[in-house]
Design a protein around this ligand. Structure first.
Ligand code: ADP
Length: 371
């Protein structure tokens, strides 16, 4: 039995469990809390923060290969383990340009992938600097941001965050506000021997910078899909990447794809694949890092809609009644991550509704049923 160590024990690791069982893979999970979602499905756990390198050394003792469900790691510390022979997929050299938003943008620019125009914050961000860059602009924490935390939209010079060390250059990326037509995402995967697959292009819909729902597939013209696919293939090949990656993009009015962010792991925008694709993103990640042939990313339904179940209050409620109602929806698949505390905006679960096609016997037309 192959043993895969996973750094991070949130819902992304939790959703690996069914595929791991099918592929006869043991999951050893490094995560800080015994109540984290993936502890319940782990074959073994190392209870420690994700950036605890000594704990990862222990994880390595118990694993054949280590992969990531969370990239908030101590990369220099992990490099020492890699130098001692610990195998990480993706390799740390592939993660290196991705963990800091400034580095990520610079890497994309270097390989010729279009991104929003961006700039460095020099010293303390001043209104003069902001004025010179142009408004509206978006200020982003270079590290450790997620679900819009650490992203500030600046429409007026007075929107500057409070003065303090958190406003200095090492912390922030400044970029143009993109008045996009819509936001698109794509999962892509690459194996150890360089085989690549790309999943369908999906539309993601955000409110206050947090993804609310994902529409599969995005209603975009083939030229846009081609742009996304070639961008994905270029990025994975350039990084010599092994594993699954989420690629989040803006589509502009003039139909240009701009890459907003790369997630070096499975991603929320790919959850639909559990119920709508031949091979889910979670199985694909395990296949890639274990050296197995990649599976087909093809859709098995006409499409799907994935809705995130986000906390709307601070509570310890398990929302059993609401969950029951959701699970009764036709063609719906409910995932509840088992988190013990709800917070506004926190991802507590998701539901995917499959869209089926059938042929009308009278008119022989294809009809899309939206549940
Ligand atoms: P995070 O890493 O926290 O997910 P993102 O960079 O993905 O942050 O931003 C979250 C959301 O904020 C995006 O999905 C988008 O809706 C909005 N956003 C981010 N950057 C821009 C931008 N430059 N222009 C317009 N909207 C943006």
């Amino acid at each position: 039995m192959k043993r895969v160590g996973v750094i991070g024990g949130g819902q992304l690791a939790w959703m690996m469990a069914p595929a791991a069982a099918r592929l006869e893979i043991a999951l050893i999970i490094q995560t800080p809390n015994a109540t984290d979602p993936a502890v319940s499905i782990a074959n073994e756990t190392v209870l420690a923060p994700v950036a605890d390198v000594a704990a990862t050394a222990e994880l390595a003792q118990r694993s054949d290969v280590i992969t990531f469900e969370n990239e908030f790691v101590d990369l220099p510390g992990l490099k020492q383990l890699e130098a001692q022979g610990v195998r990480f997929y993706p390799a740390l050299s592939a993660l290196q340009p991705l963990l800091d938003k400034w580095d990520q943008r610079s890497f994309l620019q270097h390989i010729g992938v279009p991104t929003p125009r961006f700039g460095a914050v020099q010293g303390d961000l001043t209104s003069e600097q902001l004025n010179a860059f142009g408004l509206p602009a978006v200020l982003k924490a270079r590290r450790l941001g997620y679900d819009g935390q650490g992203t500030i939209v600046l429409k007026h010079l007075t929107d500057l965050p409070p003065i303090g060390s958190a406003r200095t250059a090492e912390h922030w990326l400044l970029e143009e506000f993109v008045p996009f037509d819509c936001e698109l995402a794509m999962m892509a995967a690459r194996s150890i021997n360089g085989e690549m697959v790309t999943y369908p292009v999906v539309e993601t819909q955000q409110v206050n910078q947090v993804c609310q729902r994902v529409l599969v597939t995005a209603e975009v013209e083939p030229a846009v899909v081609e742009q996304m696919e070639s961008i994905a293939r270029l990025i994975l090949a350039q990084l010599n990447y092994v594993g699954v990656m989420g690629i989040e993009c803006f589509l502009t009015d003039d139909r240009q794809v701009l890459v907003n962010e790369l997630a070096p792991r499975t991603h929320n925008s790919g959850h639909y694949s559990l119920d709508a694709c031949v091979t889910s993103q979670f199985e694909q990640q395990l296949r890639a890092v274990c050296g197995l042939p990649l599976g087909s990313p093809a859709l098995i339904h006409a499409g799907a809609v994935m809705v995130n179940l986000l906390g709307y209050e601070a509570a310890t409620c398990d929302y059993a009644a609401q969950r029951h109602q959701l699970s009764q929806l036709p063609n719906a698949h409910l995932y509840w991550y088992g988190k013990t505390a709800a917070r506004p905006g926190r991802k507590l679960g998701h539901v995917t509704v499959q869209i089926h096609l059938f042929k009308s016997t009278s008119e022989n037309q294809q009809v899309r049923i939206k549940s």
